[in-house]
Design a protein around this ligand. Structure first.
Ligand SMILES: [Fe+2]
Ligand SMILES: [Fe+2]
Length: 375
């Protein structure tokens, strides 16, 4: 006789599993379980959903709520003991993976002038988006990059990297974005501390920006074949200028306004193999139509204020707030200002979706492309 309740995900739809429990079948399932096996028809409808079912929920993290706590960590722990002094963002549906959304991790890191973190390398790829402060720098494989607000820098899979703030700088806070949950799920994550704890700067400061950061120009004879962009830093100034220039030449996307993807200048592809990034500008008064697509997105408000509607729920945001859009969630964005543009930075797992042939996109067809709000 069967001894316990079992899951059985039945659907009364042709082509889907729909087997009713009988005492004989329940006993049979027990026998299979003792052999570390099971009957697919009891779980097929669960593990093969009709459409992606994200366990993440939309969340907005307000900077004014988090900032004081981030700064307080400076009094509570040293970078030497903590390794990295970071407050991470946890999606209520993803607590077991320390993920902000889907398979993406994010946190807010703080460093004071003169502090230096230990150099290390890991299989996870990372980026840092600078939120406030002056004097921050990152060293990646001997290339030192100076960083200002709204700049972002790559620390790709396998590279030696360390962060610091120069002694004449100010307290700095930045957002870390990593694919840790993905790489751990793939059971492929290694971590190494640099044998000398710090690495030497082996090139002129900002050399990769000077070499690879010139639009439409490629240095003669320079070669690069690694899986990530040699332009390790993307600066806010040229990015904002590019958005404004592109805005003069296009009506933009009905779903995203003026959106530009950060790319590897050698390939035109994403900045890293697992993480993509973009900056979008919502023009004064702009209100986009809703769409949804596969892939998880973390947004940071780089400029301005407004709101986004995600799966029918409104999230009001202003500069430095962070919010997430889970895979296949409807989303649309509204710039609250009638006179100023608003800019949203995102990082996402689109390179993974695209590389694996899993990218899908759909427009919200009803109600003029705007979602009705749900209570
Ligand atoms: Fe790291
Ligand atoms: Fe989107």
């Amino acid at each position: 006789m069967a001894t316990k309740a079992r899951e059985n995900h039945r659907e009364d739809v042709a082509g889907r599993a729909n087997v009713e429990d009988t005492p004989e079948l329940l006993a049979y399932y027990d026998e299979l379980e003792r052999l570390e096996a099971g009957a697919l028809w009891t779980v097929a409808n669960k593990i093969e959903p009709w459409a992606p079912k994200s366990s993440s929920v939309p969340v907005l993290w307000r900077y004014e709520d988090l900032r004081a706590h981030v700064l307080r960590s400076v009094e509570l722990v040293s970078p030497e003991k903590a390794g990295r002094r970071v407050i991470y963002l946890n999606n209520p549906g993803r607590r077991d993976h320390a993920a902000a959304v889907g398979w993406l991790y994010s946190g807010l890191q703080v460093m004071h002038p003169g502090e230096v973190a230990t150099a290390h390398a890991h299989s996870a790829s990372a980026l840092r988006f600078i939120m406030e402060g002056e004097g921050a720098y990152t060293i990646v494989d001997g290339h030192k990059m100076t960083l200002g607000a709204n700049d972002f820098v790559l620390t790709p899979n396998g590279t030696w990297h360390e962060h610091g703030v120069s002694a004449d700088g100010t307290p700095c806070i930045w957002q870390d974005g990593l694919d840790i949950p993905l790489v751990n799920t793939l059971e492929a994550n290694f971590y190494v501390v640099h044998p000398e704890m710090q690495q030497r700067v082996g090139y002129p400061v900002d050399d990769m920006t000077h070499t690879w950061g010139n639009p439409g120009l490629r240095p003669a004879g320079a070669e690069w074949s690694k899986g990530y962009s040699p332009l390790l830093k993307y600066e806010w100034g040229p990015t904002y200028e590019a958005l404004q220039r592109y805005g003069k030449a296009t009506d933009g996307s009905p779903y995203d306004g003026i959106l530009m993807e950060y790319v590897n200048p050698v390939t035109g592809g994403p900045v890293m193999q697992t993480i993509g990034a973009s900056m979008q500008m919502l023009r004064a008064g702009e209100s986009t139509r809703a769409h949804r697509h596969t892939g998880s997105f973390i947004y940071q408000v780089a400029k301005g204020s407004g709101h986004s509607i995600i799966d029918g729920k409104r999230f009001d945001w202003k500069e430095r707030d962070i919010f997430c859009v889970p895979s296949w969630a409807w989303h649309e964005h509204v710039n609250a200002s009638a006179s100023d543009d608003a800019c949203l930075f995102t990082f996402n797992d689109l390179p993974v979706m695209r590389a694996l042939g899993l990218y899908r996109e759909e427009a919200f067809g009803d109600n003029g492309g705007r979602q009705p709000l749900v209570a």
